[in-house]
Write a protein that binds this ligand. Structure first.
Ligand code: GUN
Length: 293
């Protein structure tokens, strides 16, 4: 049984990217820049944006964090995005989700320059992903594929069951796995909140990707012997710790361990990969904008 170490792989990727950035800065005389927009006080979002910004600075990407009030108007937020769209020192823009209820998320994501859309959430980039063209691949799905690849776990010809149909994870990973290329070419089933008893599908999975957002709901009896389990869930549950909570995945980790052939832990599995892929996409945007292959 293999525990897939996302923290280790993420660190490896970040040191690879640091070298690439050094070379790019030398060649262009410019430095890649990422703008992260954080609206409101969501505690998890604050932590994520802080980690993203720190990761940028560590490898030589200039990071700008725009912290905005919970009550900011949609128009004012659109203006902030326009400012970054027009700024030659910014190559990647991310708006941390979720946004407050009074803001139309689609309108905001639509306003990000498609060339700077390092989260890959703009409908133009989503469309390119679905038809199998190169694009900015959303960070969490891309991180999952990168982890599988680096652990030599082929998905080609396998039955992958994805649980969750979000625009951030479920839909993009399902579409990426479907593509006819060597790192994909899987048979994909997507389960969601209206699928009824999901164990009917999960027991058939060679690779199970859980992206539901409910603590430890994937139990041992829902998994096929020898399956690969990728746990995308990051759930805060009350705990007797300094912070008053601990993080658990969507999978009942301890009890599935002796049944799986490989599994990602929470924390330290998929999470760190999301950040590594964000950095990779920022470099991709920098190269695109500067016409470098
Ligand atoms: N919220 C949860 N995941 C993500 C992500 O990958 N990007 C952004 N911008 N917001 C998120």
């Amino acid at each position: 049984m293999v525990i897939i170490d996302g923290k280790l792989i993420s660190a490896q990727i970040r040191s690879e990217l640091k070298i690439v950035i050094g070379q790019l800065c030398k060649v262009t005389g410019k430095t890649p820049g990422l703008a992260a927009i954080l609206v409101g006080e969501n505690p998890a979002s604050k932590v994520y944006v802080g980690m993203k910004s720190k990761a940028c600075n560590e490898i030589g990407i200039n990071s700008f964090v725009e912290k905005l009030d919970e009550n900011i108007s949609e128009n004012a937020l659109l203006n902030v995005i326009k400012k970054f769209n027009d700024d030659v020192n910014i190559h990647g823009i991310l708006v941390q989700l979720p946004l407050p209820k009074h803001i139309n998320q689609d309108k905001i994501l639509n306003s990000i320059s498609v060339q700077k859309d390092i989260d890959g959430f703009h409908p133009y980039n989503v469309g390119n992903l679905v038809i199998g063209h190169d694009t900015f691949f959303p960070c969490t799905p891309n991180g999952i594929l990168e982890l599988l690849e680096r652990y030599n776990i082929s998905v080609s010809g396998k039955h992958v069951v994805v649980i969750g149909r979000s625009n951030i994870v479920g839909k993009p990973i399902a579409n990426m796995l479907l593509q006819k290329n060597k790192n994909a070419n899987a048979t994909v089933t997507v389960c969601h909140s209206n699928s009824g008893d999901i164990s009917r599908y999960t027991v058939q999975a060679d690779i199970l990707i859980a992206a539901i957002g409910k603590p430890e709901i994937i139990k041992e009896n829902m998994i096929k012997e020898g399956a690969v389990v990728i746990d995308v869930g990051v759930n805060r549950v009350d705990a007797d710790s300094e912070k008053g909570y601990k993080l658990v995945g969507d999978v009942d980790y301890k009890n599935v361990l002796n049944k799986v052939s490989a599994i990602t832990p929470v924390p330290g599995g998929v999470g760190p990969m999301t950040i590594a892929m964000l950095l990779k996409n920022t470099i991709k945007a920098f190269k695109l904008i500067n016409n470098i292959d």
